[in-house]
Design a protein around this ligand. Structure first.
Ligand code: ATP
Ligand code: MG
Length: 575
């Protein structure tokens, strides 16, 4: 490719709306252009990167025995009504009507469509197992599209779906995908950690995410997920799923009788613990949430935080948020109280489900809200002063230095970008949509399914997050848009131009993806652009050509050597 003809505009400045480095660099280096919020044009250099990732994904998926197909991007509502997701999938599902007034949606994922395909196409156990996948644009009307390609509204995904006769088969299919994923990300030049993750409200299901870990000390790091891990035994999990052993905090408040006392204008746990001169761990915190439109009171020890996904899953919910002030007032009034926020407690509340985290079980002589403004109940005990809720489970966020449930060592936390996930679906969709096959014994059984996603466009952005420096992108060789850039320093110098052309043509003849920067630009501009765009190897033809030497530069290491043009070509061919 000749730089003079390449469709790319590099910018001097970073775009003003970009927060994270991959977004900044991909725009500035001319890879993407925003069309609308969360919707991007993939320009020619980007398209080459995406194709490389897709090719790696295809090769590994095919090698794992999966078959590629392509499903429609626009889907009829009927399928979503069958699965029950038309009602529960939130506003991320972009719904529209066709000219006949029929409800349709833009595909955010394809479980419904693939299940309908299997329902029609797979009759017998003899056709199983099978794994079908596609690579396609998805649309999700994300509430906060941000970080460029990392969280777009339209994005490219590889989605695969496995069908098995039984759980054992699913375990095998799942393992095959897990192994394929490891190879895929490795080949993309990314270290991706496989971590346990939330699998939603489908009880007993298993899922894992593949996380590209990012540097936390970087203030603008793009890791949207907290990953807790144990460096001793290897346990690792997304914070929405992570568990830990209960730590040994002080759990006895030391009061010798229950009493309602004044705690004026004390609104937070910190203020309360300071005011009463007690540790936060002897306070029982009461928080009101709204889960799928229903009120829930969550009790947790004052020194710990509620993990909202865990709480939501305890009620098999789809949506969770903390209650608004006016909603809390409404609950108070309905229960005959008018306590301000900060003084709420479980006793006497009506029309609300109450759940407790395991941390509150062992509390003794503790402090808790009693639904009277500026007052708290101190020295409370379960069963005497306040009822212990019957629903007690783990709804707490793990914290660093908590102990690993598997080996007891201290857990650590880091930030990660989820580039892929694998999920045991079981019969969630096949049962709902009546998708069955005839088993060996002649019985009709629902398919046992798994689903497996990879964010293709997000993977490209994650690669930039991991591989860049102050000068620009440093593509891993396997997914770079071009492998080599040949830069004649001066287009006025005949020898330089002739040598550069020769190197370029020889590399082309060897089918090496190469750019020659044949523009009549200043050397500084050309070299800066080469670094910004992130081509892994640069061959610069400058003054030293008089001695028969060119400069060979490795973008990743910054290492340069002066060698002959032929040596440079050999070096490239050897890579
Ligand atoms: P997330 O938790 O990040 O919202 P998800 O769990 O909803 O993602 P899936 O529905 O399982 O994601 O999609 C599979 C893969 O698609 C994800 O692992 C991720 O790499 C990618 N992906 C999901 N949402 C987006 C998005 N808005 N923009 C870019 N890639 C995405
Ligand atoms: Mg996820």
């Amino acid at each position: 490719m000749r730089m003079s003809g390449l469709f790319v505009q590099t910018l001097r400045e970073f775009p003003s709306d970009a927060e994270v480095i991959s977004h900044k660099l991909l725009v500035r280096a001319g890879y993407i252009r925003k069309l609308a919020n969360g919707i991007y044009n993939y320009l020619p250099l980007m398209q080459r990167v995406l194709k490389k990732i897709e090719d790696i994904v295809r090769e590994e998926m095919d090698a794992a025995g999966a078959q590629e197909l392509l499903m429609p991007f626009v889907q009829p509502a009927e399928l979503w009504q069958e699965s029950g997701r038309w009602e529960v999938y939130g506003k991320e599902l972009m719904r529209l009507k066709d000219r006949h007034g029929r409800d349709m949606c833009l595909g955010p994922t394809h479980e419904e469509v693939i299940t309908s395909i299997a329902r029609e196409g797979i009759r017998s156990y003899k056709q199983l197992p099978i794994n079908l996948y596609q690579i396609q644009s998805k649309f999700r009307d994300e509430i906060r599209p941000r970080f460029g390609l990392l969280r777009g509204r339209e994005f490219i995904m590889k989605d695969a779906y496995s069908f098995d006769v039984d759980e054992e088969g699913l375990d095998k299919s799942y393992k095959i995908m897990a192994d394929a994923y490891k190879r895929i990300f490795e080949r993309c030049g990314l270290e991706a950690k496989m971590v346990q993750s939330d699998s939603g409200a489908i009880g007993g299901s298993v899922s894992h995410e593949f996380m590209v870990l990012v540097n936390e000390s970087d203030e603008n790091n793009a890791g949207e997920n907290d990953v807790f891990y144990c460096s001793k035994c290897g346990y690792s999990a997304n914070s929405n799923h992570a568990v830990s052993l209960l730590n040994n905090a002080v759990t006895d408040g030391g009061y010798n009788k229950a009493d309602i006392i004044d705690t004026p204008a004390v609104h937070s746990i910190e203020e309360l613990s300071e005011f009463l001169k007690i540790p936060a761990s002897v306070i029982c915190k009461s928080l009101i949430y709204v889960i799928d439109g229903k009120y829930v009171l969550a009790l947790i020890r004052g020194d710990r935080t509620v993990e909202e996904t865990k709480l939501m899953n305890a009620f098999s919910g789809n949506e969770i948020r903390i209650a608004r002030n006016d909603e809390i007032d409404e609950i108070m009034q309905a229960s005959g109280f008018n306590a301000a926020i900060g003084f709420i407690g479980p006793k006497g509340l009506k029309n609300i489900e109450i759940i407790a985290d395991e941390t509150v079980k062992d509390l003794k002589n503790f402090v808790i809200g009693c639904n009277q403004t500026d007052k708290h109940l101190v020295g409370a005990n379960w069963g005497i002063d306040v009822e212990l809720p019957s629903l007690i489970t783990d709804i707490r966020l793990v914290e660093e230095k908590d102990k690993c449930v598997d080996c007891g060592s201290e857990l650590k936390v880091t930030k990660g970008i989820e580039v892929g996930n694998i999920f045991k679906l079981g019969t969630k969709y096949s049962k709902a949509m009546n998708a069955t096959f005839t088993d060996k014994d002649g019985q009709e059984k629902p398919f046992i399914m798994g689903c497996y996603g990879i964010g293709i466009s997000r993977t490209a952005a994650a690669a930039v997050e991991r591989h860049h420096d102050e000068h620009g992108i440093i593509w891993p060789l396997s997914i770079a848009p071009y492998r080599v850039i040949v830069v004649p320093v001066s287009d006025q110098d005949e020898v330089q131009m002739k040598t550069a052309e020769e190197i370029y043509k020889k590399l082309l003849a060897h089918k090496i993806e190469v750019i020659i920067d044949d523009r009549s630009e200043r050397a500084g501009v050309k070299l800066k652009d080469a670094d910004l765009i992130g081509i892994p190897y640069r061959i610069t033809v400058g003054k030293t050509i008089k001695e028969g030497l060119v400069e060979f530069k490795n973008r990743a290491t910054g290492e340069t050597t002066n060698i002959t043009p032929d040596e440079a070509i050999e070096k490239i061919l050897a890579l």
